[in-house]
Design a protein around this ligand. Structure first.
Ligand SMILES: [Fe+2]
Length: 201
């Protein structure tokens, strides 16, 4: 549940009056008057309120894992972008960049979906590194272009697996919005796998 804090400058007349004032926000509001100037309101959108609490926990936990795995992939993409060499340098350097730029924006969307579900988003490099299931790629100096492409490809596969697991749970729980987000993520990572596989042939 999202906790909203309102500073109330007028004397509080009644809880129902407060609910009337906030109805335009289309939120389910539960207010507790805690003093003459402040009150705490708990709110959650009605759509999320209809999802089982245990399912919301599960979906949020899958989304947080997806953030961690996506950060793992982001690290591999940067490593490859910075260090790839050879005759294919320019297209690979650019492709890795296109992928990490898209991913950076997507990670924000995934984490913010966790918050929209009323849960907290995991963050911090150390925490995410501990959680991530993505393996570290080749060493920066000794890798061929194919090594970098392969390691990035494997990282995409880890992310796809996580997104598919989350998508199924969201679908079963009737959380169409999380499901939609995850369908989009799977589609984008599958396209990246196609690009990378085509290079390796
Ligand atoms: Fe760059």
């Amino acid at each position: 549940m999202e906790r909203l804090h309102f500073a109330n400058k007028k004397p509080v007349e009644s809880e129902s009056q407060i609910q009337q004032d906030l109805i335009f926000k289309n939120l389910e509001i539960v207010c507790e008057i805690t003093g003459p100037e402040y009150l705490w309101c708990m709110s959650v959108t009605k759509a999320i309120e209809n999802i089982e609490a245990s399912s919301v926990d599960q979906i949020a936990s899958h989304l947080n894992q997806l953030v961690a795995d996506s950060y793992g992939l982001l690290g591999q993409l940067h490593l490859a972008h910075w260090n790839v060499e050879g005759t294919d340098f320019l297209p690979l350097h650019q492709m890795f960049q296109d992928q990490y730029e898209e991913l950076f924006v997507a990670i924000d969307d995934i984490a913010e979906r966790v918050r929209a579900l009323g849960k907290y988003a995991e963050g911090g490099l150390q925490k995410l590194a501990t959680m991530s299931k993505v393996n570290e790629g080749p060493s920066a100096s000794a890798a061929s272009a194919k090594d970098f492409v392969s390691s990035v490809l494997l990282a995409h596969e880890v992310v796809i697996e996580q997104a598919v697991a989350g998508r199924k749970i969201a679908a079963e729980a009737g959380d169409a919005e999380s499901e939609d987000l995850l369908i989009g993520r799977v589609r984008i990572h599958q396209k990246a796998v196609w690009f990378l596989n085509s290079y390796l042939k």
